[in-house]
Design a protein around this ligand. Structure first.
Ligand code: GDD
Ligand code: MG
Length: 684
């Protein structure tokens, strides 16, 4: 595509508002041999496609003509994920069922996958409640009517599916080619935006009216009025008259998820105007800035004008004035930014339009808090079972697991290091970490979280945390539980108990239960005795492990797993392990002993904790460092698994497809791995 280069732009605090740009050419062909002129920008197909793959298109629908709906579907570019949120009639005249069928047929024929959900689905409502996002619900406990409520559900589902962008398209559009063009506009806007916090809004070149003969009117009436008062409000703030906003009511618009999740939305048709107000309020530099990261990168508002005309279902003057004009002007009027001069003008306009009597007050619209308030973990958990039903084709879940890593949107992934202790950060024989100290400091200087993931107990790990100044959450006893310092994460999450200054997520079975099962499985069935730390005195543990008496005492403070010695030849050892596993326990070799857990392993714990990091930090890159069998589940779960040597020039053979093997036993290898990691980061 070719578009006019950025001409006019205005700044308001950390917000940059681009003046409307025209698209010059919908298809700009292959790479040119000639140099582009500065007035024109060409956006390559690949750049557009890359954004489309990362974008969800939300299609709100309420009892629209089904033929028109079908046309809209065919206009949405193939690589976008379509999310249909319907508030159509169900029951005898099952319009919703018909929409579903049409979508299913379309996806079957075009080899696409999509989602369709009914706004009034009770499970959806319950999931929102679980996620502490009940603001979308009515007194009857179901999601309220309204296009914006439908949009909000679409945003949440887009977040759940790890999309970076979300765009909206009305389903009453008669021209599939226009739909196609809108989505292209979204993609080019995001590919031109420098900030990860961007919004694309569309201005229709012509909006034809069917009044006897087709008349191509340039703008919708409501939009014209809303633009006028928004620009008036901006002029009072900037002390310069401006007409920069031309898309106040743009139903066709899109946002990066990073921006979408931070905005406050208006109920019903106030939604598009309220989005702008929320941006001005939060990032316009007039009210105190709440989000520093966003302020640093800036927010961009990009407006483009389409070539195709906008031809949609007309709903009559009453709808325009009562459902659209009044809510639109109300959110401007009630914004904390709105000064009395603008308020007066709005009031007069509403009187003139007969929306209000002179004795009445401007009614206030209901506001919906930013989607980032929703606890996505809980939302995902509550809605998961229903996803196969929402998916088209039915039963085919779009993603096996929710990759909320992509919540982060554009921008580099933040590194998080998950590390084993014994044999990795600590020397396999001496338990010394000296050789890793410098590298550890490198991570700390860069604020890269260091997550211990070890067979060691909480008490043992606390000593190392203290000695090394490590502050991140930690995984104890081969995945038995995750201990998270109380204020570590910004967003709330579900935990099982709170102890000291930790919130604890328990994944494994309690220690005594593990011991009972273990004894039963082995001693009763094989007649062999397994000796665990629970059977040994502190002195014995110290002797067996080479730990000091003090450390041995901490190692005995087990909560979720037992550490056992299995003696005898290979055959006997294998037989015992088999029995343990048959009893539903996990048994993994950690280098000296076997760790026995029930219900969890290091991998499960890493997965849960990584999700929490993603939720709070956005995109992450999980790095795992280990040395032995017990690290396999952890290493299979991370983005970059690293293996240190168990002995000089020898690595443990693990079934991993991609693994980075570093030279050096234990902390020496650990140090090499981290240096490599940090050096790579510097090059990026
Ligand atoms: N899910 C859902 N729930 N969808 C709804 C609901 C609802 O309660 N109500 C309406 N929709 C769908 C419609 O089916 C249509 O696809 C879309 O939302 C827009 O609704 P219309 O009723 O067609 O709105 P409009 O044409 O008057 O106004 C449109 O253009 C304005 C100007 O650009 C909307 O997009 C406005 O939001 C926009 O300001
Ligand atoms: Mg419409």
């Amino acid at each position: 595509m070719r578009i006019e280069s950025i001409g006019l732009a205005e700044h308001l605090g950390s917000l940059k508002i681009h003046g409307v740009r025209r698209v010059l050419e919908l298809d700009s062909g292959a790479r040119p041999l000639l140099e582009e002129i500065p007035e024109v920008q060409k956006i390559e197909k690949e750049a557009i496609e890359d954004i489309e793959r990362r974008m969800a298109i939300v299609l709100p629908i309420r009892n629209e003509d089904l033929k028109v709906f079908e046309g809209v579907l065919s206009g949405v570019p193939h690589d976008c994920l379509m999310i249909v949120v319907s508030n159509s009639q169900g029951g005898e005249v099952d319009t919703f069922g018909n929409e579903r069928d049409i979508l299913a047929r379309f996806c079957h024929a075009t080899k696409r996958q999509a989602l369709i959900v009914h706004q009034k689905d009770p499970v959806l409502a319950e999931s929102l409640k679980q996620a502490d996002y009940g603001e979308l619900l009515d007194e009857d406990g179901l999601v309220r009517n309204g296009k914006s409520e439908g949009m909000m559900i679409g945003i949440l589902l887009a977040m759940l599916h790890g999309k970076d962008y979300v765009g909206f398209i009305d389903t009453d559009n008669y021209i599939p080619g226009a739909v196609w063009e809108y989505v292209k506009h979204y993609a080019i806007s995001f590919s031109l935006a420098k900030s990860p916090y961007a919004m694309a809004r569309i201005l229709w070149r012509y909006k034809p009216k069917m009044a006897g003969e087709l008349f191509f009117k340039k703008w919708g009436r409501v939009s014209e009025i809303s633009n006028k008062y928004i620009n008036h409000l901006l002029s009072t703030k900037k002390r310069f008259e401006t007409e920069i906003i031309k898309t106040a009511n743009a139903g066709e618009h899109a946002m990066s998820i990073e921006l979408a999740k931070r905005l406050t939305y208006g109920s019903g048709y106030a939604v598009e105007v309220q989005e702008l107000m929320s941006i001005f309020e939060q990032f316009g530099g007039i009210l105190p800035i709440t989000d520093k990261t966003v302020a640093e990168k800036g927010v961009e508002l990009i407006q483009t004008e389409t070539i195709n005309p906008h031809l949609h279902e007309e709903r009559g003057g009453e709808h325009l004035v009562q459902d659209m004009l009044l809510p639109s002007l109300s959110v401007i009027y009630h914004s904390p930014l709105c000064e009395s001069s603008t308020k007066q003008l709005i009031f007069n306009q509403l009187l003139e339009q007969e929306c209000l009597k002179s004795t009445e007050e401007v009614p206030q619209m209901r506001l919906i808090p930013p989607p980032q308030k929703a606890n996505m973990e809980k939302f995902a958990q509550a809605i998961e079972a229903k996803l196969p039903e929402y998916s088209v084709p039915k039963g085919r879940m779009l993603r096996e697991r929710f990759i909320s890593a992509e919540f982060g949107g554009a921008g580099a992934a933040k590194k998080v290091v998950f590390t084993d202790l014994d044999g990795s950060l600590l020397h396999p024989l001496t338990y010394s970490y000296t050789q890793a100290l410098d590298a550890l400091r490198l991570l700390q200087e860069r604020e890269i979280p260091i997550v211990f993931c070890s067979a060691k107990t909480r008490a043992e790990q606390e000593v190392y945390r203290e000695e090394l100044g490590v502050k991140a959450p930690f995984i104890v006893e081969n995945g038995g539980a995750i201990f998270i310092p109380r204020d570590y994460f910004r967003l709330n999450f579900a935990y099982d108990k709170a102890i000291k200054d930790y919130l604890v997520i328990e994944l494994g079975t309690p220690y005594q239960e593990v011991r009972r099962k273990l004894k039963k499985a082995v001693e009763e069935e094989t007649g062999c005795r397994v000796i665990g730390f629970g059977d040994m005195s502190v002195e014995e543990v110290a002797r067996e492990t080479g730990l000091s008496l003090r450390r041995a005492e901490l190692a005995k403070q087990r909560e979720y797993s037992e550490t056992v010695k299995i003696e005898g030849d290979k055959k006997r050892v294998n037989k015992v392990i088999k029995k343990i596993e048959q009893a539903g326990l996990n048994c993994v070799f950690g280098g000296r002993f076997y760790g026995v857990t029930a219900g969890s392993d290091k991998g499960k714990a890493v997965k849960v904790l990584a999700e929490l990091f993603k939720l709070n930090l956005g995109k992450i890159m999980a790095i795992g460092i280990g040395d032995n069998d017990s690290d396999l589940p952890m290493l299979s779960m991370v983005d970059l698994p690293i293996l240190v040597q168990v002995q000089r020039n020898r690595w443990r053979k693990l079934k991993l497809r991609h693994v980075r093997k570093v030279r050096g036993v234990g902390p020496e290898g650990w140090s090499a791995a981290v240096r490599e990691l940090v050096a790579n980061q510097a090059q990026q």
